[in-house]
Design a protein around this ligand. Structure first.
Ligand SMILES: [Zn+2]
Length: 400
């Protein structure tokens, strides 16, 4: 081939390659959009579909609640555009505002084992790598648990920006106070703060606690479904206590005013954290052994221990946590816990969009109030359980 012919053919070759790449990229984009939606719908089912019909009294009490809040939602995992209303999954900003939600913890999942179960899982396999690829997340998230966490933090801030004032991200007591005042004037807005399920996102480095803090994270649970460098999971193999590295991390978190979440922790890990912690602890989504005897749930001794730190127990809305598929089962667990330690230490911790069939979507929150009224709770106690306790906890425990 002579020089002239090469010169004529090269631009054609480059154009063809660019077109092919563009088509492939477009196809990848479309496929990831479709896959994200299919997977999201498959895993985040709802037992009782909206619209809901609470009693007139419950609806009135609910709409008068000044601050409704929830300690746990994994909605960021699925790449769902939460600025838009969806008919699937458990929440998005429009539904949160309709449901009068003032504050939602957005908790980040980074790795879950294949054939995940409550009894025993090792850390050899992972479902989330494929989910990151299939939902179109950047390649860095395909290989790094830390990047998965940072990506989901970025996504919450992007949603907040796109929401044009409808969703705020709260990182301090000062921001929370300002938001509470602003919301009195304009209740058509909601807010969230960032948390982590499983500190494998630290990738074994203490310095990454600061990295997570800088990304906006304010609450972290040492373990999720498998034992890690910090200690044992309730669903791990060894289910051990807090390791020396785990102790360093808890200390660093306390220095930064990050909240330690004991959800999914092994009993030995809970015992150890109770010994070393000097600040209030919480369990963001759980049931209680007193109404549902499962390894994922809290014993009476642990409920008492956590309450004694000035902590919170967040009660969930799915069968494996409360041994029932409706608001009544969740209210029963709430009653058991308040009878044991008092109303001040109990909150909602739904686990919305955490790959669970939830009793209802977020607009079904008044159904809980209905059940709490039947159990004889006063309006003041209901306001505390439905969010007042979380507001007070955050006003005391977030960084100033
Ligand atoms: Zn969980």
């Amino acid at each position: 081939m002579n020089q002239l012919l090469i010169k004529q053919k090269m631009p054609k070759f480059i154009t063809k390659t660019l077109i092919t790449l563009a088509v492939l990229f477009f196809l990848y984009f479309i496929i990831t959009k479709i896959t994200a939606s299919v997977v999201d719908k498959k895993y985040n089912k709802i037992v009782l579909k909206s619209p809901y019909s609470p009693s007139k009294k419950a609806a009135t009490v609910y709409s008068s609640l000044p601050f409704v809040a929830d300690l746990h939602s994994d909605v960021l995992l699925w790449n769902r555009d939460i600025t838009k209303r969806h008919s699937h999954g458990h929440e998005d900003i429009p539904r949160m505002i309709e449901a009068n939600i003032a504050l939602q913890a957005f908790t980040i999942v980074s790795k879950t084992p294949k054939n995940m179960n409550y009894k025993g899982n090792d850390d050899k396999t992972d479902n989330i790598t494929m989910l990151m690829v299939a939902t179109g997340r950047p390649p860095a998230t395909w290989f790094s648990l830390k990047e998965r966490a940072l990506q989901q933090c970025k996504e919450l801030y992007s949603f907040s920006k796109a929401s044009q004032g409808k969703l705020r991200v709260i990182t301090s007591q000062h921001e929370l106070k300002t938001y509470i005042n602003d919301r009195k004037k304009n209740p058509s807005q909601t807010a969230g703060y960032l948390g982590i399920e499983g500190m494998q996102v630290l990738e074994g480095e203490l310095a990454n606690v600061q990295v997570m803090y800088d990304a906006g994270i304010r609450m972290m649970a040492p373990t999720h479904f498998f034992d890690n460098k910090l200690g044992g999971s309730a669903h791990g193999i060894k289910k051990g206590g807090l390791t020396p590295f785990g102790k360093q991390v808890v200390k660093k978190m306390e220095e930064l005013n990050m909240i330690v979440d004991l959800a999914h922790a092994s009993p030995a890990l809970i015992n150890d954290v109770l010994k070393v912690a000097t600040k209030p602890l919480l369990v963001s989504h759980t049931g209680v052994k007193g109404t549902c005897n499962s390894v994922r749930n809290l014993s009476d001794a642990h409920i008492k221990g956590i309450a004694a730190t000035g902590g919170l127990i967040g009660i969930a809305v799915f069968k494996a946590a409360v041994c029932g598929t409706n608001a009544k089962a969740t209210a029963k667990a709430i009653k058991y816990t308040t009878d044991l330690v008092g109303v001040k230490y109990v909150a909602m911790g739904t686990d919305f969009d955490g790959a669970i069939p939830a009793h209802f979507d977020v607009t079904g929150f008044p159904l809980i109030v209905d059940e709490l009224l039947k159990l004889g709770y006063s309006n003041t106690d209901i306001a505390a359980i439905m969010g007042g306790n979380i507001r007070d906890f955050m006003l005391n425990n977030l960084p100033e």
